[in-house]
Write a protein that binds this ligand. Structure first.
Ligand code: ADP
Ligand code: MG
Length: 259
């Protein structure tokens, strides 16, 4: 088994259009080792989300994608939709900034997590329900039984993000891609989610690509960090090294924004 759960090499992404070609990602190379949390930082528009969408094969036909991306040993670029579905369902999960947009307001959250599990794994409804309860316990929702029957609007932002983490974990992925999952939360809830993610990495066979524009969060959570600027990774290494002696001017500038 490879010790790398995500390997991106020389990734280039362009969005061709009649007016102008947007060259969003330029020769991006990064990896996530098994069992670690890699922070991907950079200002808005630097290419973090496009990189993560490429890693999941989610960019669609409007994007031109070149390079190599391996998720748990499986090549992503130029795969059929059926193959991508299979990889997404079993190897990798994703959580986003706003959990509301990922949930259907008309269905109870327990049912939605159960459906996600049943879509990618063959098992009985009873078994699925049991696993969802366990996942709700794993993410420390105060009362899994009550949470199961709640509608999205009946939960706080922090609780909903826990539901999304449960939805991601219930399929037992090896890689979790988290795109600014704490940005919309207030600081105390943010700290709780960070603690939870650390705990899950220690307990489960999980590795995380954690996208943020916040170096403070990187310092609290991540093992290594990659800094993106204008579609390129300009610097990467262990968090302690990069924060102590940044080698790229952009990283130094970014550090001045940390209180
Ligand atoms: P970040 O997540 O770091 O804020 P993004 O990855 O979302 O940045 O965007 C990187 C660049 O790619 C930006 O210039 C953005 O405008 C461009 N971009 C992203 N998605 C598209 C798209 N579907 N079509 C055209 N340009 C896009
Ligand atoms: Mg983004």
């Amino acid at each position: 088994m490879s010790d790398k759960v995500l390997e991106i090499r020389n990734l280039n992404v362009t969005f061709p259009s009649l007016e102008r070609n947007v060259h969003a990602i330029r020769n991006c190379t990064l990896h996530v080792n098994r069992g670690e949390i890699l922070g991907l930082v950079g200002e808005s528009g630097s290419g973090k989300s496009v990189t993560s969408m490429a890693a999941l094969g989610l960019l669609g036909s409007s994007a031109r994608v070149k390079g190599n991306i391996r998720v748990v040993g499986r090549e992503i670029i130029d795969r059929s939709e059926a193959e991508l579905q299979e990889i997404r369902g079993r190897k990798v999960a994703m959580i986003f900034q706003n959990p509301f947009t990922a949930l259907n307001p008309f269905f109870q959250v327990g049912r939605q997590v159960m459906d996600a599990l049943l879509n990618s794994h063959f098992m009985s409804k009873e078994e699925a329900r049991k696993r969802v309860f366990q996942a709700f316990k794993d993410v420390r929702l105060p009362d899994p039984e009550i949470a199961f029957n709640r509608y999205p609007h009946q939960m706080s932002g922090g609780q909903l993000q826990r539901v999304m983490i449960a939805m991601a974990l219930v399929c037992e992925p090896e890689l979790l891609i988290a795109d600014e999952p704490t940005t919309a939360l207030d600081v105390t809830v943010q700290a709780q989610i960070i603690l939870l993610l650390r705990e899950l990495v220690a307990k489960k066979n999980l590795s995380i690509l954690f996208i943020t524009h916040d170096l403070g969060v990187v310092a609290a959570l991540c093992d290594r960090v990659a800094v993106m600027y204008a579609g390129m990774v300009v610097e990467s290494g262990p968090v302690v090294d990069v924060l102590a002696t940044p080698s790229h001017p952009y990283t130094s500038a970014l550090m001045k924004t940390v209180p």
